[in-house]
Design a protein around this ligand. Structure first.
Ligand SMILES: [Zn+2]
Length: 301
């Protein structure tokens, strides 16, 4: 069925892109990459992310970010939609990130240079949305939106101890098709809007939504202006996934949930034209494509 085919496409794209990322480590640099203390898995593309393995509870540098690894030596490094074409992963350097990180990578026997492939982003025109979810004007609506934005920011800023992402993600819906890809440039009711920072998964209202990976619920509310029912799950290392437009929210903030736990039901609440799950992912303020983490296990697992 369509849902299975879509999952297959995602899987093959992942393997291809992991292959591309590996190309950056092949050839003359292969021996050096093998010697690097950093091992990576995942998809090095705009919107993608890597699971990095180093020593337990070490501080590593990924570009300008300083990251403390988990007790298993794991960290997440995410690339947003507009990420630069390459990233240096190293131990922290005196003086901070080098001016020429690629040259620095060549000189540092422990460093790893990651080539980041460009993403392909479409234009998404969505018509028929409730107009006050595109151009809200009423003062009470604007006040509600502002208050919700503050609470949502706190949910996304959650950063628990742990690395529940290490066994990878599954899809949150068992049978679905992608109805809106990550990163598309959006035109909502004819009004140019921000890019789409999620993957839309179409499914009937009431469809079971499962936690695709274990974690702690960092946000769980119904009735939000844009999102309707919204859940966020913190998977550790600042990696937070989100589930939008839910008709039912079945978990509470602070609750630990295992993979496969029913967290809610698909709906069309908020800024939506029909029932679907908008699945999002954030890491340190960057918006990531969650589907690119499906099936990616930590190196060495
Ligand atoms: Zn969406």
């Amino acid at each position: 069925m369509a849902g299975d085919r879509q999952t297959g496409v995602t899987a093959s794209r992942r393997e291809t892109l992991v292959g591309l990322a590996a190309l950056g480590l092949a050839g003359p640099g292969a021996a050096k990459a093998a010697a690097s203390p950093f091992k990576v898995s995942g998809v090095a593309v705009q919107g993608g992310s890597l699971i990095v393995r180093a020593g337990p509870r070490e501080t590593i540098a990924a570009g300008a970010e300083l990251i403390k690894t988990s007790e298993h030596g794991l960290a997440i490094v995410g690339f947003d939609r507009d990420a630069e074409p390459g990233l240096l992963i190293s131990y922290p350097r005196p003086g901070g990130p080098p001016a020429d990180p690629k040259a620095a990578a060549a000189e540092d026997p422990q460093a790893l240079w990651i080539d980041i492939a460009p993403g392909t982003f479409d234009v998404q025109r969505v018509d028929g949305l409730p107009q006050d979810t595109v151009t809200p004007e009423a003062p009470e609506t604007l006040a509600k939106i502002a208050a919700e934005a503050t609470r949502k920011a706190a949910g996304f800023a959650s950063n628990i101890e742990g690395d529940h992402f290490r066994y990878g993600f599954e899809m949150p819906l068992k049978a679905t098709r992608v109805s809106g890809r990550f990163g598309g440039q959006r035109v909502l009711n004819g009004v140019p809007a921000r890019p789409h920072y999620g993957t839309d998964l179409a499914a009937p209202k009431g469809t079971r939504v499962e936690a695709p990976c274990a974690g702690v619920v960092s946000f769980a509310e119904s009735g939000l202006h844009y999102e309707g029912g919204l859940i966020m799950i913190d998977h550790g290392q600042g990696l937070v996934s989100a589930y939008l437009h839910l008709s039912k929210v079945l978990v509470e903030k602070g609750q630990f949930i295992n993979r496969g736990h029913k967290i809610g039901e698909v709906g069309s609440e908020g800024r939506a034209t029909g029932p679907h799950l908008c699945w999002r992912m954030k890491w340190r303020g960057r918006n990531l494509d969650p589907t690119l983490l499906v099936g990616v296990q930590a190196p060495g697992i």
